[in-house]
Design a protein around this ligand. Structure first.
Ligand SMILES: [Fe+2]
Length: 263
């Protein structure tokens, strides 16, 4: 089974608009054409939030129309720049909002960590309960053996000083819950616009670069990284292993405002 993760597209209703110097619509369209031309195909696409920068209907409709060209079902999770009400109100053919999906002997679980008006994330009690129920269902269901969790906000500390307060605020509670279930193979997210694959307290955490601007790791104050837009492949094996890699655009001219002090 093969999953494609797209994250932090930051689209505007007006496709001429740029985010810190980069036209997010142009980079997104380049990503979509790279995916369409990739020799691999996906069973499912998961978009892990910050779909829109301005939470406009037009931005979401743009995303939907572009991803639909790939002829693959997708799910989308809200990020801090999104508006869950706008995302759920759109008259789309399917409702891709949050959810869960069984794929072979894997259960994919999408979580909503968005907090209206805030940059940081939080899993409300209802989402923690849904997560626990789904993980219990994996234990009960003989045809399911592995679970993979998707959310927007980083559930482990970000690797730049300025990121100290923007992650998942109840990450400890989330990680304690995961530790009770043996089926969890990885947690996949976006939000901090960079590539990362690390094991923390026995659980694998995978972060994916944005389809537009990237954040520089290892710095104290906000800084952009001169790395190209990207997406991620995740190949899920029946035995619970995950092969994963990031595909970055090639021949892409980076235009960013390197003096930007925040986003
Ligand atoms: Fe973002």
């Amino acid at each position: 089974m093969r999953i494609l993760q797209i994250t932090d597209t930051h689209l505007f209703g007006n496709s001429e608009q740029a985010l810190l110097g980069m036209n997010t619509s142009v980079s997104f369209e380049r990503i979509i054409s790279d995916i369409a031309n990739d020799s691999l195909s996906a069973d499912l696409i998961v978009a892990t939030g910050d779909i829109a920068q301005d939470a406009s209907e037009q931005a979401y409709l743009h995303f939907d129309a572009a991803v639909r060209k790939l002829s693959c079902p997708y799910y989308w999770i809200p990020g801090n720049h999104d508006d869950r009400e706008v995302m759920t109100s759109l008259a789309l053919a399917d409702n891709p909002f949050v959810g869960d999906a069984a794929l072979g002997n894997w259960l994919l679980i999408m979580l909503d960590t968005s907090v209206r008006g805030s940059v940081h994330g939080l899993l409300p009690e209802s989402e923690l309960q849904r997560l626990a129920q789904l993980l219990e269902s994996v234990e009960r269901n003989k045809s399911l053996q592995h679970s993979l969790i998707f959310l927007h906000h980083n559930p482990i500390q970000g690797n730049a000083g300025w990121m100290s307060d923007i992650g998942l605020h109840n990450a400890d509670e989330f990680r304690e819950l995961l530790a009770r279930y043996s089926s969890v193979r990885a947690v996949v997210y976006g939000h901090i616009h960079q590539e990362l694959d690390a094991v923390y307290d026995g659980i694998r955490y995978i972060c994916t670069p944005s389809t537009c601007i990237q954040f520089k790791p290892g710095v104290e104050d906000f800084a952009l990284d001169r790395k190209n837009p990207a997406y991620r492949w995740l190949e899920l094996q029946d035995n619970g292993e995950i092969n994963t890699w990031v595909h970055r655009l090639e021949n892409f001219k980076i235009q960013i405002d390197e003096r930007a002090a925040g986003y």
